[in-house]
Design a protein around this ligand. Structure first.
Ligand SMILES: *Cc1c(COP(=O)(O)O)cnc(C)c1O
Length: 367
């Protein structure tokens, strides 16, 4: 059996007529940049999310950068974030001239609320928790620290569309939140795409202005901005996909439950746990295993693709070599980087496919 890591074609096949029609509408109305398809998506995403504003941008990385810039974060400032994430979270902090300050992860792979306060200095201005792999970080504790210490709270929701903590959606705890619609994300475009959500009218206007060359009206440039726009084709596609997101999430959760049941009590493999009060939308299904690279090869030989997210925790990347971070500063992230393994997960995966993956893993350790 062939089990790809993700199968984007399966989703297209299931909704092909609807998607083809949406793309044709954009082409025939030549609304390629701006226009009604972009506006419609922004409105429906905000409505579905239960928040006042959605500002679409070109990708999830720009979304973080734009929020930080419009909050006035810059040189001399420090921004706290997790030690284990996709590079964008740290990279964008650096792009503003500020310094990313890393905090080790908890047992749920998210920033550890118990370690945050030790990282706060007089220069700390903001914090960016990431809901990694699709599981909501422990936002009640994080929000309480931010309020008490006067820090701006920005959520990186790129992997966690519609996940919740304490019954509240991620992305609604802080001043603004960012999303990616990269093709493989839970809600994915057919190219780069991203968005910012916020309940703040004035900030929404500033995000929109900065993302469009510092203008709100054509040729009235109020500040220097950037060119970071969602295009009409991506917007129309995302509008067609949005009504299916909750169904796809339930199917991801069902696949995760099958993995959990089938791997229960199988000692070499540590399955993901959910933090109290957090839901998990399983963008990725990440287990911890001994002997990872030989296992990956064994699975590859049986047609099973796996991933590693991410093989080097942020403090240990070459980009931050000058800081000379040591493993003992981030013991969990450092341990995880060599043991984590992402198993295939997507809404179209069947029980038979999960069983095939689990049996191959058991065969590897049984030899
Ligand atoms: C995907 C991702 C981003 C960046 O999104 P792009 O759309 O690829 O720029 C940022 N943060 C996290 C955690 C991500 O997974």
């Amino acid at each position: 059996m062939k089990i790809p890591f993700v199968d984007l074609l399966a989703q297209y096949r299931a909704h092909q007529a609807e998607i083809d029609g949406a793309l044709r509408d954009v082409i025939e109305s030549t609304a390629f940049i701006g226009g009604r398809f972009v506006k419609e998506f922004e409105e429906s995403y905000a409505r579905e999310y239960g928040i006042k504003h959605c500002v679409s941008v070109a990708n999830g990385t720009d979304a973080i950068y734009i929020v930080l810039r419009m909050l006035g974060i810059g040189p001399g400032d420090e921004v706290i974030t997790t030690a284990h994430s996709w590079f964008s979270t740290a990279e964008t902090i650096g792009q503003t001239g500020a310094t990313p300050v890393f905090v080790d992860v908890d047992e749920f792979y998210n920033i550890d609320p118990a370690r945050i306060e030790a990282a706060i200095t007089p220069r700390t201005r903001a914090m960016i928790p990431v809901h990694l792999y699709g599981q909501a970080a422990r936002m009640e504790q994080i929000q309480e620290i931010c309020l008490r210490r006067g820090l701006q709270l920005i959520e990186d929701c790129a992997q966690a569309h519609f996940a919740t903590h304490a019954g509240k959606r991620v992305g609604t705890f802080g001043v603004a939140a960012t999303f990616s619609f990269y093709p493989g994300k839970n809600l994915g475009a057919y190219g780069d795409a991203g968005a910012i959500i916020t309940g703040d009218d004035e900030l929404a206007t500033r995000f929109r202005m900065y993302a469009n060359h510092g203008q709100l009206k054509k040729h009235e440039h109020q500040i220097e901005g950037v060119n970071s726009r969602l295009d009409g084709l991506q917007a129309a596609l995302l509008s067609k996909k949005l009504p299916h997101i909750h169904d796809w999430t339930r199917r991801r959760q069902a696949v995760a439950e099958l993995y959990r049941q089938q791997l229960a009590g199988f000692e070499p493999v540590t399955v993901p746990e959910c933090a109290p009060g957090s839901t998990h939308v399983y963008h990725l299904y990440v287990v911890r295993v001994p002997n990872r690279e030989p296992l990956r090869e064994f699975l590859r030989d049986r047609g099973i693709e796996t991933g590693v997210h991410y093989p080097t925790a942020l403090p240990f990347l070459t980009a931050y070599r000058a800081r000379n971070h040591q493993p003992q500063e981030f013991p969990r992230a450092h341990h995880n980087q060599d043991t984590i393994l992402s198993l295939p997960i997507y809404p179209e995966m069947t029980e038979e496919m999960v069983t095939y993956v689990v049996e191959a893993i058991r065969a590897f350790y049984g030899k």
